[in-house]
Write a protein that binds this ligand. Structure first.
Ligand code: BGC
Length: 775
């Protein structure tokens, strides 16, 4: 492992520098190498720089500055020119970043700064949120979204992105569930790889690539109670088997950076966690890139109560292996005296500086500090120009990211004709289409459901509209959501009485053949610091739905939300439900494409939907227990909740299509698997309906008996297949020993001999099974 990551990093940057001289960085001395084409040259080049830097200049490289009110522009220029800044984030145009880089070129060492931003699921073009991208179960889609986002970001002068966010989240109360790829280690790991490949392209040095910072290391998705920033306390087995694999997958794919989580891990904040950052990340995994703290996290060591002074906090962080401090002043203020007093050895500073400079080297910045900034003459006259957007790709990704949850009496697809009533607080909400962390996306450029329906029906039918309800009537919630935006609030309440809005909506609905109603959460409700203590639709929206139901018209729900919701009434009463997540710039068009059948839904849930809040956690791959609930048997003295039906509302992997599929029994190529051998599990899948469509065949494995308790099942492979009506295909899943391995109680990565159940299905619950033995 150690060598793989190191090698990948050196190979990734090597070809970029052939024949190109780096910008002269020093005061008088020449750069270490005029042609640093190899990893060894990189080391010599960086050594030479470090050898000539003052302590203050070194500490300057460890500062990542948030561009904003805390750092006014003149002060920032002064700091950069003085060599006291390593990189910045939140400033996203060539025009804004050029003078900053010019200031860096006026500093004594002329070391370029880098520009980063949270480009998570889009930059100018906003793609579906990551949870939506994961719902595609199509790694081509995930990679392409990241590729285009990376290209757009690079063409706006950005060198790095704080993405992908690969925290496993099994608790939908956590608002950042929306930012990640769901609950499953295998699926999230696949998405992590695809994303990193997309952002970085063939190399983070390419002028059209950005360096990926995998975040939040580690285990941030497991905050207790789903309450943001809360404690994480977890067994090593759960960590290694379930929560750590996605970070590792992102790093193996070559990510140049890691962002450290805000939470503590088993009693030690990640930011001061030597085990996490040195033993695991560096030694065990061989990570050779740069680490950054999360926003203000070094300072927060005081509030965690593990540092009593700023001096302590800075010392703990640098000792733990935090290379760069994001948006706090502790490194700047404390490291000089810590080093001068001998409390922190210079070697620790040099080590951190080396990682920062290596990253800049790998971004190609020593070769040309302006490689992504370009010449002023080439700046886009309008950064938000339509021509800079990738609408077709965003529409395609959005179509593939939505999940059809219900479709009674084949309500969908709708016919293009007659009158459709489009209703709901999210039916015409441009900003909410984008979801959280929408980077440089512009709300005005996003297509709402209403617009999408109008475009689809133009010249063929009528679209009528009523808002019908506010997202919520709770002033406390509205106040919270608008907290940071009093001048330009995101949630604008309709002042009319609820009853009046509902009456209008009912009138509009009565005049239509079908009702399409967009309900869910505003984007701020599924965001950082937006943990929820309930998962239902707010009362105002449920009241609207109930009134619309009474009209007797076909009721189609389009859900927009960033986490699983408890939608029991909706499931029973809606004629169709399409989970659209936050679908991005082209969301409205994509939804209309699916509602009218111009595209066939193919998304599958990357998270389990619970029946109730009290049922959480509901993730599908739970460990086996001694008294499981067994369908068809008395529930007494079994593990369940007696007030409600057992099991989730919608299982992991679930999603419908406008066509139907059948699957044969599982055939195994043999009954025994040798250690160095391979078995094949095969199924024949058939499109039994009347439309072409895609589905996802999912392979789950269960270790029947092991030295430690193992999950009821674990996703180990999947295939998305497109089939014409009547077409069938044989799908083969190779199974080798690698798929059977897990971390045992001694944290050895082993496959134990014995029986294994192979399950294949269209979701995690509806599977067919076969069994083999590992010898
Ligand atoms: C978030 C990070 C993000 C950073 C910079 C923090 O609040 O936790 O995910 O990258 O801000 O915007």
């Amino acid at each position: 492992m150690l060598s793989t990551l190191a090698l990948a990093a050196s190979l990734a940057c090597a070809p970029m520098f052939a024949g190109a001289a780096p910008a002269a960085p020093a005061d008088t001395a020449a750069p270490a190498s005029a042609n640093p084409a190899t990893a060894a040259d990189r080391q010599a080049f960086i050594d030479s720089l470090i050898g000539r830097m003052t302590l203050d200049e070194k500490i300057g490289q460890l500062r990542l500055i948030s561009i904003g009110p805390e750092m006014p522009a003149p002060k920032l220029m002064e700091e950069i020119t003085a060599g006291r800044v390593g990189g910045t984030f939140n400033s996203v145009t060539r025009k804004d970043n050029r003078p900053l880089q010019e200031a860096a070129m006026r500093s004594r060492m002329k070391i370029p700064i880098f520009f980063a931003y949270d480009v998570v699921h889009g930059h100018r073009t906003v793609f579906p949120i990551s949870l939506g991208l994961a719902s595609s179960w199509d790694m081509g889609v995930v990679e392409k979204a990241a590729r285009i986002s990376g290209q757009e970001a690079a063409s706006d002068s950005l060198d790095a992105t704080f993405a992908p966010m690969v925290d496993i989240s099994r608790d939908p109360r956590w608002g950042r569930t929306s930012e990640g790829f769901g609950e499953d280690p295998f699926l999230v790991s696949q998405c992590a790889r695809a994303s990193v490949k997309g952002f970085q392209g063939t190399s983070p040095a390419n002028p059209d690539s950005v360096m990926a910072f995998v975040k939040h290391f580690a285990l941030y998705g497991a905050v207790e109670g789903g309450r943001d920033y809360n404690t994480v306390d977890m067994s090593p087995q759960r960590m290694y088997n379930d929560y750590l694999p996605p970070y590792r997958a992102g790093l193996e794919a070559g990510a140049g950076g890691v962002m450290i989580a805000l939470n503590s891990v088993n009693g030690q904040p990640a930011t001061s966690n030597k085990w996490l950052l040195r033993d695991l990340l560096r030694k065990e995994w061989g990570f050779k890139g740069v680490t950054v703290s999360d926003h203000g996290a070094i300072d927060e060591l005081l509030r965690h109560g593990v540092a009593s002074t700023g001096r302590d906090a800075a010392r703990l962080a640098i000792e733990a292996g935090v290379d760069m401090s994001m948006a706090d002043t502790r490194y700047l203020e404390q490291l000089p005296t810590l080093v001068k007093s001998g409390a922190v050895p210079m070697s620790l500073i040099d080590e951190a500086v080396r990682e920062v400079l290596n990253a800049k080297y790998d971004m190609g910045l020593f070769q040309d500090p302006f490689r992504r900034i370009g010449r002023a003459a080439d700046d886009p006259p309008d950064v938000n120009a339509e021509s800079r957007l990738h609408r077709a790709e965003a529409r395609d990704a959005a179509r593939k990211s939505m999940v059809l949850l219900e479709n009674r009496h084949r309500t969908l697809p709708l016919k293009k004709g007659g009158t459709v009533a489009v209703i709901g607080p999210l039916a015409d909400a441009q900003i909410d289409m984008m979801g959280s962390w929408s980077a440089a996306g512009v709300p005005k450029q996003s297509v709402t459901l209403l617009q999408g329906m109008r475009d689809a029906l133009a010249g063929k039918g009528q679209v009528t509209y009523a808002r019908g309800a506010n997202i919520t009537d709770d002033p406390r919630v509205v106040g919270y959501l608008n907290f940071l935006n009093w001048d330009d609030p995101e949630v604008v309440q309709d002042k009319r009485a609820d009853g009046d809005m509902i009456d209008e909506a009912v009138r509009v609905a009565r005049g239509a053949e079908t009702i399409v109603v967009a309900v869910g959460e505003t984007r701020g409700m599924s965001h950082e610091a937006s943990s929820r203590s309930s998962l239902g639709l707010p009362g105002s929206q449920l009241a609207l739905l109930k009134a619309l139901k009474r009209t007797g018209k076909p009721l189609v729900l389009v859900l927009m939300n960033g986490r699983p919701l408890t939608i029991n009434w909706e499931k029973e009463n809606a004629d169709a439900i399409l989970e659209a997540w936050y679908p991005g710039t082209e969301g409205g068009h994509a939804i209309a494409d699916l509602l009218f059948g111009d595209a066939n839904p193919s998304g599958k849930l990357p998270v389990t939907f619970p029946r109730s809040l009290g049922q959480i956690p509901t993730y599908y791959n739970a460990l086996r227990i001694g008294r499981p609930f067994t369908p068809g048997k008395a529930p007494n003295y079994t593990s369940q909740y007696f007030e409600e039906e057992y099991g989730p509302l919608y299982p992991f992997g679930y999603g419908l299509s406008y066509t139907t599929f059948s699957m044969s029994d599982v055939r195994l190529s043999g009954a025994k698997l040798a250690r160095d051998g391979q078995l094949t599990a095969s199924v024949t899948v058939k499109n039994t309906g009347d439309r072409a469509g895609e589905t996802v065949l999912q392979l789950y494995l269960q270790d029947v008996m092991a030295s430690t308790v193992r999950p009821v099942k674990e996703l180990k492979d999947f295939r998305k297949v497109m089939l014409a009506p009547g077409e069938s295909r044989v799908i083969d899943f190779p199974i080798g020993e690698d798929k059977l391995r897990f971390y045992n109680t001694s944290l050895e990565y082993v496959a134990e001999p014995g029986e294994f159940n192979v399950q294949v299905g269209f979701d995690s619950a509806a599977v067919k099974e076969a069994r083999f033995t590992l010898e």
